[in-house]
Design a protein. Structure first.
Ligand code: CU
Length: 635
């Protein structure tokens, strides 16, 4: 028998289940590829919910590094090269559009390697995807040619291109070639007080490698380099310098490729590249609808010093954002005030001593107001963060996490940051059932949050995936037990609320495949879908009519039979998740009055509370049962 209960369940429940015979079959079977992963009684399901495991046909399977719910109800699953170096070298980048209701799947051409990039929805429903992988890391043992980071500074007010493979000469006369093409922005001239002219050079970096193998290319000291083939005039306006050239491990590197994914044509659409290269960036929507790209590993393998890029979806151009350093994949939530709250959750890279303090970031002034006092703050890397429902409460929950890097420390702590007032503070939430890195969270339409998955050790080492699920209720500040998932989820995994009220979980990328950590891990390609208890508690309310678009601050009428029984209405923004980071999901409470055959809703007007875009409108009845969502575009 498969695992029905996690080990912390009261034995009495287990007894009851055995007595009940556990034979009734399952609702919610959606695709022919589905398999029944649990056998449970209706009473069990109404209390704990139900998980179903889905195996896609072989040709559609991929490594779900990124997953977003499109306004068509389909999931956009992006692997890019999917943590597979062979695919990277072959240029095999994958994206799948999958319909969780019909089971239909379609692989779509992927323009560049979006593996470990970032994403955010735009007001028109397109998903902006930016950043990804320029190179995989190479362990020191496999590094044959010494190399390092070369920086080029341009003092000319024109754009300059430097091709990949360009040769540079070191101070000692050694030859090195560049690994990638770079584009130097024009230097900017400004005229200051008293007409004084100043020039701000543009700067780019690129990895260079020695043309000779082994130790002969090693240089312990940096210095000034020159570029072969430059005219004297051009050479005079460039400063070229590099640090040490070593045979040390070669770091991952980011790209600046970007695209919009159009959910209607189900294709990527061209977007100019980001000004900066990013691997492990966070993209987050600003109050004005622009998208801010923050952090990530640059083109030389270093965490971005603090340059941020802003995408304007109306002009479809990138500009400059406020300069601020964060470790990679920082969790940044748009707040009602227009500030971004940095919860301290990050995944990937950056030292433990820099940019770890949670706080509120004002993008207009670039002021950062720390919010100190997070319990177990040093164990917040690989934690989850979620803007708790309803968003009006302005509370963010921080869930589990661990010490920086491959630290053995893992936390079971949850904490809630209350950010509405003038004096933001934390309260302790209930501890997780087990310490967890990479816990997943999905906001449910009834104002609770499913918290599931994660592993007790770094990337599931020692087979430490936890196979647990809990439902957090912000009202009572407590967890209730949910049925245990079949599939463990650690690194590179996601949880996504679906429009029918279920939750899909995808991905997981354990380092090892055995308890002793001797065999390489295998990427988990099964999808699992959780049906929460509310789906087993009687009839669902139905929204049968209403507008497809409503203005922010406006009002509208939706047809809902038996509207007298409606208790709550929520607009839930679709998730776009990766690496424990989902700053897109948010649930906004909608006030309403009942009409003879429906509800009259008033849409909040604050841009920081309700960014423009497509939302799922859920109505909940007096039994706590939500409708299937109706998609509404807030304009
Ligand atoms: Cu990654």
């Amino acid at each position: 028998m498969r695992r029905l209960l996690d080990r912390r369940w009261p034995p009495i429940v287990a007894m009851l289940l055995l007595v009940a015979g556990a034979t009734s079959l399952i609702a919610q079977q959606t695709t022919s590829a589905s398999s029944v992963s649990e056998v449970a009684t209706p009473a069990y399901e109404a209390e704990y919910g139900h998980w179903e495991t889905i195996e896609l046909p072989k040709e559609d399977r991929l490594n779900a590094i990124h997953t977003a719910l499109l306004p068509t109800g389909k999931l956009l699953i992006v692997a890019g090269s999917g943590a597979n170096q062979g695919y990277f070298e072959a240029g095999t980048f994958k994206t799948l559009v999958w319909d969780p209701v019909t089971g239909q799947a379609k692989l779509v051409p992927t323009p560049t390697d979006f593996f470990c990039g970032g994403h955010a929805f735009l007001a028109n429903g397109n998903l902006l995807v930016a950043g990804g992988t320029a190179r995989y890391e190479v362990p020191a043992a496999k590094v044959e040619y010494a190399g390092g980071v070369l920086k080029i500074e341009s003092r000319r007010p024109v754009t300059r291109h430097v091709a990949a493979g360009t040769t540079f000469v070191s101070p000692k006369g050694g030859l090195y070639t560049s690994e990638a093409a770079i584009t130097l922005a024009p230097a900017t001239r400004t005229i200051g007080k008293g007409g004084r002219r100043t020039l701000k050079p543009s700067l780019e970096d690129v990895r260079i490698n020695s043309v000779v193998k082994g130790a002969a290319g090693v240089l312990t000291q940096g210095g000034t380099y020159h570029m072969v083939g430059l005219s004297h005039k051009h050479a005079a306006s460039l400063n070229i310098f590099a640090g040490a050239m070593t045979l040390e491990k070669e770091q991952w590197q980011g790209i600046n490729g970007a695209a919009e994914f159009d959910p209607i044509s189900e294709r990527y659409v061209y977007v100019p590249p980001m000004p900066h290269k990013r691997w492990y960036p966070t993209l987050t929507t600003e109050e004005n609808g622009n998208v801010l790209a923050v952090s990530g590993i640059d083109g030389a393998g270093l965490v971005q010093a603090g340059e941020t890029d802003v995408f304007n979806p109306r002009t479809r151009h990138w500009g400059k954002g406020p300069f601020r350093y964060f470790p990679t994949y920082p969790a940044l939530f748009l707040m009602k005030s227009g500030e971004l709250f940095y919860s301290g959750s990050t995944t990937g890279y950056g030292p433990g001593t820099k940019g770890r303090q949670p706080g509120l970031w004002n993008l207009k002034t670039n002021a950062f107001r720390p919010v100190p006092g997070l319990p177990e703050a040093t164990e917040t890397e690989t934690s989850g963060s979620v803007l708790l429902p309803p968003a009006q409460k302005q509370k963010v929950m921080i869930i589990g996490g661990g010490g920086v890097g491959e630290s053995p420390l893992t936390s079971a702590r949850t904490a809630i940051a209350s950010l509405a007032g003038r004096h933001p503070s934390y309260t302790r939430g209930p501890d997780l059932a087990a310490p967890a890195r990479y816990p997943l969270s999905a906001i449910l339409p009834d104002d609770t949050v499913l918290v599931t998955g994660g592993s007790e050790q770094y990337r599931g080492e020692h087979e430490s995936d936890n196979h647990l699920a809990r439902i957090f209720n912000p009202e009572t500040n407590s967890f209730s037990v949910a049925a245990a998932p079949e599939v463990g989820r650690d690194y590179h995994s996601e949880a996504i609320l679906l429009p029918d009220g279920r939750v899909a979980t995808l991905g997981s990328d354990p380092l090892y495949a055995d308890k002793a950590d001797t065999k390489s891990g295998k990427f988990e390609q099964r999808i699992e879908i959780y049906s929460p208890p509310y789906l087993f508690r009687g009839p669902r309310p139905v929204v049968t009519g209403g507008p497809a678009k409503v203005a922010r601050g406006g009002s509208a009428t939706f047809t809902v039979p038996n509207s007298a029984d409606i208790r709550k209405i929520r607009l839930i923004h679709p998730s776009a998740a990766t690496h424990d980071t989902d700053v897109e999901q948010r649930s906004v409470a909608i006030s309403f009055t009942r009409t003879a055959d429906g509800v009259h809703v008033r849409i909040p007007k604050q841009a920081g509370l309700l960014p423009l875009g497509w939302y799922m409108l859920f109505v909940d009845n007096s039994n706590g049962v939500p409708s299937v969502a109706r998609w509404v575009q807030i304009t």
